[in-house]
Design a protein around this ligand. Structure first.
Ligand code: NAP
Length: 321
């Protein structure tokens, strides 16, 4: 069994930034790649809002760069995912790929959140070619084009409102007649002339020409009629699921399953376990905010391993000193 000072679980912008900082602090982080190495940015094409790249950068390239940077300072990577954690013992025990058990003095959880998908025909084949789960990332590519947003919650209203700045027309497709979204978000969308509605319509499949999306096939729930709504882009906005199931309920989570952190820190309810990125942030969910929180987690781990009193230093950090 190998013992590590710190194990980092997940390799999105949060985990990789934590790996860069921890490696530069000589902590030789051991990084588990996770189910989706590189995280959600590997599912997108061009990233235009990550600072430092005036011409933009492809999502997979940005993540490969971050990984290289961490490796340069001594971070070690293992492919696969965590199947169990034992947080009762010290050092902690982390099982990777069912049978590889590691010991760790500290753990950074950066397993992210996965956008929920509809599970309809051809949907995953066209991610990055017309199907998207991130309006902030991809909206710009649909200037003056008709698009669809699927969902009836606050995310769908927010995405549709944001996308109406770019698209020629945004149609919200929702499977029921009533929206789940808050009144204020609904009103904002309803008062937007560019937003059209297809309520009581169930998405059935993505239509495409072999290269890019051409429409969404839907069923009218009242008449049973099937039809294709011709669009260039389909934004799936039916929520995200934080990847916390493997923790087996051993850390405090909020009501929707995101890890709770203390104040302005990355400290979780378990001393020695830290969290950063989308797994603890259901609100901002940006690569740059995740990267920032990864930096904080590595700095918190460094303090923790130095033996600073967790209480004293977390109070100081929370107070913003
Ligand atoms: P949500 O409230 O759970 O809404 C998900 C929507 O997607 C629902 O309308 C649901 O339909 C639909 N849906 C789910 N699975 C589907 C499927 N397989 N096929 C078709 N439709 C499907 O999720 P959310 O909108 O992401 O919001 C999550 C939380 O974040 C909420 O508490 C929300 O208030 C909050 N949030 C707040 C803001 C803000 O205030 N700025 C922005 C975004 C999110 P049904 O209604 O039929 O179940």
């Amino acid at each position: 069994m190998t013992r590590h000072k710190v194990m980092i679980l997940g390799t999105g912008p949060a985990g990789l930034t934590a790996a860069i900082y921890a490696a530069r602090a000589n902590l030789q982080p051991y990084v588990v790649e996770g189910n989706e190495p590189g995280g959600q940015l590997t599912l997108t094409t061009e990233v235009e809002n990550f600072p430092g790249f005036p011409e933009g950068i492809m999502g997979p390239e940005l993540m490969a760069n971050m990984r290289q940077q961490a490796e340069r300072f001594g971070a070690e990577f293992v492919s696969g995912w965590v199947t169990a954690v034992d947080l009762e013992k010290r050092p902690f025990r982390v099982t990777v790929n069912e049978d590889e058990v590691h010991e760790a003095d500290a753990i950074i959880v950066s397993t992210g959140a996965s956008a929920k998908m509809l599970g309809i025909e051809a949907e995953t084949d066209y991610i990055g070619r017309g199907v998207s789960t991130c309006a902030t990332c991809d909206g710009f590519f649909f200037r003056n084009k008709p698009i669809i947003v699927v969902g009836g919650g606050d995310s769908a209203m927010e995405e549709a409102t944001f996308l109406s700045k770019f698209a020629s027309e945004v149609t919200i497709v929702h499977r029921r007649g009533e929206l789940r979204a808050s009144k204020v978000m609904q009103d904002r969308a309803r008062n937007n002339e560019k937003i059209k509605w297809k309520l009581n319509h169930t998405p059935l499949g993505v239509e495409a020409d072999g290269n890019k999306v051409t429409g969404l096939r839907v069923r009218d729930n009242h008449s049973g009629e099937e039809k294709v709504l011709p669009v260039d882009g389909i934004f799936v906005a039916i929520g995200h699921s934080p990847n916390t199931a493997f923790l087996g309920g051993k850390l405090d989570l909020d009501t929707v399953g995101y890890i709770k952190t203390q104040g302005n820190t990355s400290l979780t309810s378990m001393e020695g376990v830290f969290a950063c990125g989308d797994v603890m942030d259901s609100h901002y969910r940006q690569a740059i905010t995740a990267a920032g929180s990864g930096c904080k987690a590595a700095m918190d781990v460094e303090k923790y391993l130095e033996g600073s009193s967790v209480h004293d230093w977390s109070q100081t950090v929370s107070a913003g000193h």
